[in-house]
Design a protein around this ligand. Structure first.
Ligand code: 2NE
Length: 270
């Protein structure tokens, strides 16, 4: 597979192959820990993925085969957040989590090696997770003076159950790929050398499906859990579908033609 670069960044690789975008954290020397710049670049890449109509599925991963992501880079953690070149402390990974959740296309975490701390939460918020046999999962917050009580707690608990989620956070243990599969934390485990080919297979299966159906399903799964923000997302998709109808177009056309709309011919379904 030959990936074509989409845009050059400093701390991530961003590339394209046959309808699939791959966003890969490129800091293997620190197990792909993220800085504010890494996250800012991932947010920009996600935004490009959202806007490009030739991209149907997004893979999130890390370079090197030893780590997906080890969370926030502790060496730049300052007073109130992670500090970038502008000296401002930030927790911008929370914005990235929301973006992964609301982008109307499936996001697949392709996990080799460590998915730890804030890096674990990133795979948790992805739609699907495919793990290599060397994958290791866990939270470290209470050990290193941090926690993620948002998706990192509540959505994790929806996936693995309350008892297990509390165990993961309170004990800060690490779990291997088989244990992750057993608790429903990942969708599939494969040998490392098959990780990308299997992930691509799954992506191509999704790319064959109706993009609007996948979009509606993603926002429907979210709606049940995300309160008003989830309903807003699902309702936005309902509006999109309505805009595609002749009935909605009659309203707009009548306004533009400065006449009364005639909705009489549109059925009042039972
Ligand atoms: C991942 C883990 C368990 C791997 O251990 P090991 O022994 O295989 O590797 P090692 O030697 O620890 O790591 C290799 C190099 O990567 C750096 C290490 O310091 C080491 O550097 P050198 O000694 O070779 O110079 N490295 C690894 N993770 C790093 C990190 N997160 N920040 C900076 N440097 C890192 C082990 O490395 C580990 O436990 N890592 C830390 C995991 C962690 O606690 N992450 C932060 C959680 S908090 C968070 O992410 C967060 C949040 O809770 C809320 C909001 C936003 C973020």
């Amino acid at each position: 597979v030959t990936w074509t670069p989409i845009k050059e960044f400093k701390e991530i690789l961003f590339s394209y192959y046959q309808g699939i975008a791959k966003i890969s954290i490129n800091r293997p020397q620190v197990h792909n820990a993220f800085t504010p710049l890494t996250v800012q670049e991932m947010i920009e890449a996600m935004d490009i993925c959202r806007n490009r109509t030739d991209i149907g599925v997004i893979i999130l991963t890390g370079e090197g085969g030893q780590a997906f992501c080890s969370g926030g880079d502790q060496s730049v953690r300052g007073h109130g957040g992670y500090v970038g070149d502008d000296t401002v402390p930030r927790l911008n990974v929370l914005d990235l989590q929301k973006q992964i959740r609301s982008i109307p296309k499936p996001v697949v975490a392709m996990v080799a090696g460590w998915a730890i701390g804030g890096g674990h939460v990133l795979h948790v918020v992805c739609d699907l997770s495919i793990a290599a046999e060397n994958a290791r999962f866990g939270q470290t917050g209470p050990k290193v003076g941090s926690f993620d009580g948002g998706f990192g707690a509540s959505y994790l608990a929806r996936i693995v159950g309350q008892k297990k989620a509390r165990e993961i956070w309170y004990l800060c243990d690490q779990y291997n790929a088989q244990e992750a599969l057993d608790m429903g934390l990942v969708n599939k485990v494969v040998p490392l050398e098959q990780l990308e080919s299997t992930t691509l297979e799954w992506c191509f299966k999704m790319l064959e499906k109706s993009p609007l159906a996948l979009r509606m399903l993603k926002s429907s799964f979210n709606a049940e859990l995300d309160g008003q923000a989830g309903i807003q997302e699902l309702a936005g998709n309902a509006t999109l579908l309505y805009y595609l109808s002749e009935e909605a177009k009659e309203g707009k056309n009548a306004f533009m033609e400065k006449r009364k709309p005639d909705f009489s011919k549109y059925p009042k379904f039972p």
